[in-house]
Design a protein around this ligand. Structure first.
Ligand code: GLC
Length: 561
């Protein structure tokens, strides 16, 4: 392809002389889930052209970077997290030329582009895996995955007790080319997602090459899928206790968070550093503690890691304060920015999580009290955007979208739904295509319907309906991101200052700012900290001079001091 592909980001530079902070250290990064963002060709499925056309919206929103979930060639057994060709775009999303145009247009708008990299497993349709199956036992391609003979007299039992995250055993038995039952292969996710064997040098070589391919295309970074899973404990030992895997428990599992993964990231870091323009990587690493998460962002490893402990925290002041303190303390020794996230494509949107009492979990089908959920979600967002470090937004949260909790079973597509007898796997609820217009086919998502049904009235949440309405969630996000840009102190640093506050209230200080958060269901009187800048809900003008303000229930206010 042409040489302009390799052009690094050349927009406004935070790393200009005298200002050594990398752009990513306090960046607000917006996750686009391509199949549900905007449909450019009217086939009911979002695509890269749709994203490209909506880039001005994202620039206007005020985010610094866009992370795109996978758009690679894939049979879509797990919505693209099953990659058949890491260097090709799935025709449903477009072509490499579309990706090139998207990257160039984004850069012209001062937006960085982060792409998803899926190194733990490929698709079962990946050329290596297809050949491994076709060539049968003894094929050298089998060594790039985890093939093992089964247990039991005829090998009819899986090689160990590990279970798939999506339910059922983490092993599937193969059939030999002669039709006889053969070895088993490991898949921590769906059977269509065989795990790579990262002890094999060809796997490591291939991913170094894939990194370069996309860096040469001009991307600004990678979100590393299942970054904690690449290396498995030698001998693939049983875990006992029913083989249940725990994502956030106290134990290190033999398939997760093994120390060997860090060597992979040290190698990747040297590649990222070879490229101009501050290219980054962010780890999706589910680890037992934030301290172990910090290992992924040591100075010679990746740049950021998602803070799932924060995402899982309920709307209660003491829990929020604790997770903020623990997160900042864990990142400080390794010099990495803390990150904050409330929603993504794998969890119930926070406007719905917060609509139910604490303890509802990160995947729920309870609709709860929508008004309450939205009020808390807006307050939670202002708290998040007042914290030092980098924040991740998930498409549609700026519209205050709730999860769609009543999708009919026949519409559902999440592979974990099919593997868990319909008990589980409700990730489709946050993946419903987003509304751009009040009316019209799929509310402006595209001209040809929508791959998951949108609920009636979805247009009331649309960008069109909210734009210009000062009380809308969209305008709240726009205002918050404008303030954050105008006052770089908001995202900077590694600490917050806490002030005395009534029960259920947080008062935290940032340079030149206070942020007051009332997580209770009643108004609370506090000493007025300064001049109000932005509030997540209506605040009373207050009596002129008694020096106090009434903070409404479930409301966050930013103050200039
Ligand atoms: C990550 C992705 C999730 C996917 C899984 C397997 O957790 O976020 O969507 O199903 O990895 O790739």
């Amino acid at each position: 392809m042409t040489q302009h592909l390799a052009a690094p980001f050349s927009g406004t530079s935070d790393d200009a002389p005298g200002h050594r902070r990398g752009w990513w250290q306090d960046a607000v990064i917006y996750q686009v889930y391509p199949r549900s963002f905007a449909d450019g060709n009217g086939d009911g499925m979002g695509d890269l052209d749709g994203v490209r056309r909506r880039l001005p919206y994202l620039a206007g929103l005020g985010v610094d970077a866009v992370w795109l979930s996978p758009f690679y060639a894939s049979p879509q057994a797990d919505a693209g997290y099953d990659v058949a060709d890491y260097r090709a775009i799935d025709p449903m999303f477009g072509t490499l030329l579309d990706a090139d145009a998207l990257i160039r247009d984004a850069h012209a708008l001062n937006l960085r582009i982060i792409v998803d990299l899926v190194p733990n497993h490929s698709s079962a349709e990946h050329e290596w895996f297809k050949r491994a199956l076709r060539e049968g036992p003894g094929s050298p391609l089998r060594e790039r995955y985890h093939f093992r003979p089964g247990k039991g007299p005829d090998g009819e039992l899986p090689p160990n007790d590990w279970e798939s995250i999506f339910g059922g055993p983490a092993w599937t038995r193969t059939t030999d080319p002669d039709g006889a039952p053969g070895d088993w292969y490991l898949h921590l996710f769906a059977p269509e997602q065989p795990d790579f064997n990262w002890d094999h040098p060809a796997v490591a070589d291939e991913f170094r090459s894939i990194l370069r391919f996309w860096l040469d295309m001009g991307v600004d970074g990678f979100r590393v899928d299942v970054a904690h899973g690449l290396v498995k404990a030698a001998g693939l030992p049983d875990i006992g206790a029913g083989g249940q895997l725990r994502l956030l428990g106290n134990d290190v599992m033999p398939f997760f968070d093994q120390d060997g993964v860090h060597e992979v990231y040290r190698q990747w870091r040297t590649i990222l550093d070879e490229y101009p323009g501050d290219r980054i990587a962010v780890a999706e690493a589910w680890t037992p503690t934030v301290e172990r998460t910090a290992n992924y962002v040591r100075p010679d490893e990746l740049h950021q890691a998602f803070n799932f402990q924060y995402l899982g925290t309920s709307w209660q002041a003491p829990a929020l304060r604790e997770v903020i303190e623990v997160s900042l303390a864990a990142m400080r020794p390794v010099g990495a920015p803390a990150t904050w996230v409330l929603s993504n494509h794998d969890v119930t949107r926070h406007a719905t999580r917060f609509a139910s009492p604490p303890g509802v979990g990160t995947q729920t089908r309870q609709a709860g009290d929508r008004t309450l959920g939205l009020r808390r979600a807006r307050a939670a967002t202002l708290l998040m955007l007042a914290l030092p470090g980098s924040a991740y937004l998930y498409q549609g949260e700026e519209l205050g979208l709730p999860d769609v909790t009543d999708l009919p079973d026949e519409a559902r597509q999440d592979p974990s739904f099919f593997r868990a007898d319909g008990q589980d796997g409700y990730r489709d609820g946050c993946r419903v295509p987003i509304p751009w217009t009040r009316e019209g086919s799929s509310y402006g998502f595209g001209t040809g319907g929508s791959w998951l049904p949108q609920p009636a009235g979805w247009g009331a949440h649309s960008v069109e309906a909210q734009t210009g309405d000062p009380d809308s969630t969209l305008e709240l996000y726009r205002a918050a991101l404008t303030v954050r840009k105008e006052h770089p102190g908001l995202g900077a640093g590694t600490a917050v200052e806490w002030y005395d506050a009534p029960e259920g209230v947080l008062v935290l200080g940032r340079p030149g700012f206070r942020c007051t958060v009332n997580t209770t269901d009643t108004p609370v009187r506090i000493a007025t900290p300064g001049r109000p800048l932005l509030a997540s809900g209506p605040i009373a003008a207050g009596e002129a001079d008694d020096g106090h303000t009434e903070l409404p229930a479930d409301t966050t206010v930013w103050w200039a001091v």
